[in-house]
Design a binder for this molecule. Structure first.
Ligand code: ADP
Length: 250
């Protein structure tokens, strides 16, 4: 469970990223965060695993008050939260399976991690994660030989190998063509449904958000201006969020 209680974020230069946010997300929800560029979507997503520190209020994730976590506790907390980025963040000069195995590095002895030595069981788990994303046939080729959609699937497999309870995705399909973007959104949906993993996705394509997420959180100037089911989003609500400007995938 994720709970924002009167959370604000003011950046050191005085810019308000989040302004008194109250939000509760239960295990297994698929939530899309929508809003104009600069509205605070990325800030909201990144406070959850403390990539960004909040400046006011409390954020409770999986029973932990996030701002109080330090050192080992914080590292363990982050292990349960997968993160997906627009740019995939793969080591492109190495193989797909080695990319997925990096998810195991925090769990193995330092000396093994230096030499990249993984057990048979760890390798099988990595292959299983790739299989779930339908990309196991690419396991032994270099990541830079893959298309953007395939690379994002490898990033998802790497996240799954971490056994997360929550996946945070910051504009995960923004670099993909519209057809591939839909396929990757279907992968998120599958992960959400079949593995009961909560998904929070920051996405500027309204149509994709409405089609794939169950719940929409609209933000504007760091404030939540809509929170409800995606099937109940009306044109008026979109206007409130976007001041009339709506971006749609072709
Ligand atoms: P979105 O993801 O909706 O585009 P962001 O969360 O990235 O919005 O940004 C929200 C606001 O915070 C914007 O005004 C942005 O310029 C500002 N902001 C984001 N990151 C920083 C930072 N590191 N320093 C100062 N201001 C920032």
């Amino acid at each position: 469970m994720i709970e924002f209680k009167n959370v604000s974020k003011v950046y050191p230069n005085g810019t308000k990223g989040l302004d008194n946010v109250n939000l509760k997300i239960n295990r297994g929800e698929f939530v899309a965060i929508i809003g104009l560029s600069g509205a605070g979507k990325s800030t909201l997503i990144r406070t959850i695993n403390r990539m960004i520190d909040i400046t006011d209020g409390n954020l409770i994730v999986n029973g932990k008050n996030v701002k109080e976590l330090k050192g080992k506790q914080l590292r363990e907390f982050r292990r349960k939260i997968g993160m997906i980025f627009q740019s995939f963040n793969l080591v492109t000069r190495t193989s797909v399976i080695k990319n997925v195995l990096t998810a195991k590095v925090p769990d193995i002895p330092f000396i093994r991690s230096i030499f990249g030595i993984f057990t048979k069981e760890e390798k099988i788990q990595a292959l299983e994660a790739l299989d779930k994303m339908g990309i196991v046939d690419k396991a032994f080729i270099r990541a830079d030989q893959l298309s953007g959609g395939q690379q994002q699937r490898v990033a998802l497999s790497r996240t799954l190998a971490q056994n997360p309870e929550i996946i945070l995705a910051d504009e995960p399909v923004a670099a993909l063509d519209p057809i591939t973007a839909r396929k990757v959104m279907e992968d998120f949906k599958k992960i959400n449904r079949e593995m009961n993993i909560s998904i929070l996705i920051n996405i500027h394509h309204v149509e994709l958000a409405l089609n794939y997420a169950d719940r929409i959180v609209g933000i504007k100037d760091g404030k939540i201006v809509y929170d409800g089911s995606s099937s109940e989003v009306t044109e008026e609500i979109l206007e409130t969020i976007y001041k009339g400007k709506v971006e749609v995938v072709a």
